[in-house]
Unconditional design. Sequence first.
Length: 281
Amino acid sequence: MRIAITSDIHFFPQWADKLQELAELLQLERPDLLVLAGDIGEPLYMFTRGLDNFSSVCEQRAAVAGNHDVWHRTFTYTSDHLWNSLLPEAASAYHYTWLEHQNLVIGDLGICGTIAWYDYGGKHPHLQLDDDFYQSIKPQISNDANYIDWPWTDIEFAQQVAEGFEARLDDLQNNPDVKNIIVVTHVPLFKGCLKPINTVEQGILNAYYANIELGQKVLKRGKVRAVFSGHVHHARQLRIARHADTSALAVYTIPSDYGSPAAIILNTSTWETEIIRVAGD
Ligand SMILES: [Fe+2]
Ligand SMILES: [Fe+2]
């Protein structure tokens, strides 16, 4: 089976041609499944244009939200309304499985996904700064603090989505018909996905780019063969060893950036991957 995974397309008319080009390149790859790993577009009509852009790639499609997708800066709807209703409804209208609500099983392969909110686990451990610090300085670092209006703290929201995700992952892990699982998240789950920490600023910034605790939970589910994540806008590829009787976990980030989208094609017969890129201007 061939699976195309893209992320962080941030649909915008200025780079609509580039996104169309990526959709056409992916269509030529004839994948069996396309997954969008969040940051599809905002406000909502850009999110739907992002979904529509990739509708021609293949019949079977799935998506998760990214942090930008729940921004409410036009003030016509709240982040809560987007998260709970408007985004999943749009995905359904364009025939994408909303992985935050349900798994996909294709043959003996399970696909499980989540936005996987950052829980500050990516922070530099030597900085000795607590969760309240990272929540309070967030407006100076991330527009998530300015454009997301739900009542939950980052830690609360990260826990809330992790609970649902773990339950769905266990459904696949305990399903005798499922041999291998692929996990797709918006926020990465492993420190190796992040930028190296050479400055104090990077040590702080990385707090908003990972949920490390969730990664450790994924590692314990032995059927998970590969994890694909977005959010960081750069390419990383890791192999994480597990028990001798369990295959290593392959971890990838999608190297899309604003106006220069990219995707990864995974072949589940060989577990090899290939990057498809569209160059920016
Ligand atoms: Fe992004
Ligand atoms: Fe993001």
